[in-house]
Write a protein of this length. Structure first.
Length: 213
């Protein structure tokens, strides 16, 4: 077997990089998607790229994706996958092929996500104790909610973003992902891929809950 390092190259410190490119087509404003293995070929980095149809083509739940890497790495991945998850259905595979070979209308429709992210960012920044940068890709906002920690809401005190997420879910039925899940305590991840009315309703509930203390 050809050695892995000779196939994909070797960085000075033998660093492996896993590039998740699932949001490559969901970028906004002046932001530009760049694939690291493409622009950093001379670095000799050993890497893997993973992608799929879930985000760009709104095929969440179809569980269709792909991986790009060195031949020996791919062979090992195929051997592992075939003995663990078997294969995705023929229907899912054909649907994915149709999406990839289609007229890219899904990408044009994805532009509608630009406005909700601006609305969500603005409404989050209007909440006392919350700050949020406008996202340049995907369909999430990632506000800093550390200013809310240690404060009393609905008679309860949250000392972490996980505890605050629980309070919001139980008190006003808003579901968020706490930053602890991503290694950044004090933050929330909220999806802006909602209908305008639902997005506004959730954020108004959040703001009123904070104001009520």
């Amino acid at each position: 077997m050809t050695s892995r390092r000779s196939v994909v190259g070797r960085a000075e410190h033998d660093i492996w990089v896993l590039c998740d490119e699932i949001y490559e087509h969901l970028v906004y404003g002046d932001a530009e998607f760049v694939s690291m293995p493409v622009v950093a070929r001379s670095w000799g980095i050993a890497g893997l790229c993973v992608n799929g149809v879930a985000k760009t083509y709104a095929m969440t739940g179809w569980r269709v994706g792909w991986m790009i890497s060195a031949p020996d790495v791919m062979a090992a991945a195929v051997n592992y996958q075939s003995q663990t998850t078997s294969n995705i259905s023929n229907i899912s595979q054909r649907a994915a092929v149709a999406a990839l070979n289609g007229d890219w209308c899904g990408l044009r429709d994805a532009n509608r996500l630009r406005s909700p992210r601006k609305v969500m960012t603005s409404m989050l920044n209007a909440i006392d104790g919350v700050s949020c940068a406008e996202p340049e890709g995907a369909f999430y906002c990632y506000p800093n909610v550390s200013g809310l920690l240690g404060r009393t809401f609905g008679g309860r005190v949250a000392h972490s973003s996980t505890e605050l997420a629980e309070i919001l879910l139980e008190s006003i039925k808003i579901a968020v992902v706490p930053g602890e899940a991503f290694g950044t305590p004090g933050y929330f991840r909220l999806s802006s891929a909602l209908g305008d009315a639902d997005l506004a309703e959730g954020l108004v509930r959040f703001a009123n809950f904070v104001d009520a203390g």
